[in-house]
Design a protein around this ligand. Sequence first.
Ligand code: SAH
Length: 407
Amino acid sequence: MDTPANPPAEHHYLAGLDLAGRRVVVVGAGTVAQRRLPRLVGAGAAVEVIAPEATPAVEALADAGEITWTRRGYRDGDLDGAWYAVAAASPDEVNAAVGAEAERRRVFCVRSDRAVSGSAVTPAVAEHDGLLLGVLAGGFPRRSVAVRDALLEALQSGVVDEHADAPAPGVVLVGGGPGAPDLITVRGRRLLAKADLVVTDHLAPRELLEELGPHVEVVDASKIPYGRAANQDVINRTLIEGVRAGRFVVRLKGGDPYVFGRGFEELLACTEAGVPVTVVPGITSAFSVPAVADVPVTHRGVAHEVVVVSGHVAPGDERSLVDWPSLARLRGTLVLLMAVQRIESFADVLIEHGRPADTPVAVVQEGTTATQRSLRTTLDRVGADVREQGVQPPAVVVIGPVAGLKD
Ligand code: SAH
C-alpha cells in the first residue's frame, strides 16, 4: 500500500530517538542528504553514507571523520544492522528499493522522494535553550517549517516557556546591535527575555524593550542626571545592587559592548564586587552600518586593513590616544565613531599628514533604522557637506577607497 488512508499528521507517532552510537544509513549524498546529516551527527549516530558522488559538504564531513562515506551505489543488504535509514538518492527507484529493504528488516526509513511511502518522516526541528521542537504537518513541509519558525520566534522573544529555569542572579552585558531590533544576536535576545532588570543605553535598540514583561524594571542609563563619570558609578552600582537583590540583570548596549561602549569598565566593577558577569558580543555599528549603506569595510585588492577610531576628543586634545599622523599614512579604511561634531578637524589632520584630499568618504546616520540616511563625499569636502546636510549623531564616517566602490 502506497498511500496512507489518513494524512501523516494524524497517523504518525512522534518520538525522540536515541541514536547515539547506533548505525544509521543514508543513501544518497546530494543536497537533501546533506541537510539531514548535521542533526544525525549531532545526535551521535554512527552514520554511513552510501552514494557514488557527494556534495563538497558531505565529502568534508567524511574527511573530518564525522561520517563514513561508502563511494558506490546502494546494494541490497546495505541496511544490515541499521536502526534508521534515510533514502535520499536521486533515482526514485533506488529510494523505493531502500524503502523495501527497510520494511523487510523492520528499520524505520525516511523517503525523501515520497514522504508518504516511508515508515518515518523528518519533522521541522529547532533547538532552544534545552528544548528540542519537532513539527510535522502531514506532508506539507512549508507549513511545518513556518510553524517551527514561529514557535522559535516566540520562544526567543520570551513570550512563552515560563517554566524555563530562572537564571541565577548575575549581570550579562548584551550587545544589542546597531539599531534594527532584529540585529541583536539570538543569545542576546534569549537572555534579555529572562531579565528582571534591564539597564539600557540611548543607542540600544528601543523596540527590544517593548517585548519585555510588565514585571521587568527598565533603567535608562542615558537619563541618569549627573556628569559622565558619576553616571558610570551609578550604572555600576545599579548593576551590582540588582544582583545582590537576587535579580538577573541585563546591561543592554548599542552595537558591541566592548567597542567604545564602556562594557569592560562595567565588567571590572562587577568582578571587583564579586558579582558574576558574562558578555554577549553584538554586531558593532562600525562594520554593520557601513555595510547597509553599500560600503564594505574591506575589499579584495582595495583595502587590507580597517581601523576603528573614536572621535570623542579632538586631535590635539591632551586626552587623545589616537596617532592621527600615523593614521593619515594608511591606505586602507578608517571608520570613525562619535566623529560628527569634530569631523572637520579629523579631515584636516588626515590631509595635513598625507591622506589624499580626494579620498572617498561615506557618512551614514542612524544606520539600520527607518531613518537611515547617508552621504558620499571626499575628505576635503566632508566637513562642509556634513554641516550643509545637517548630519546628526549617531553616524559612522568611513574614509578610504571602499567608500567609493559604489555610488
Ligand atoms: N558600542 C557601539 C558604539 C558606541 S559609540 C557599537 O559597537 O556600535 C557610539 C557611536 O557609535 C555613535 O556616535 C556612532 O558613531 C556609532 N553608532 C552607533 N549606532 C549607530 C547607528 N545606528 N548608525 C550610525 N552610527 C551609529
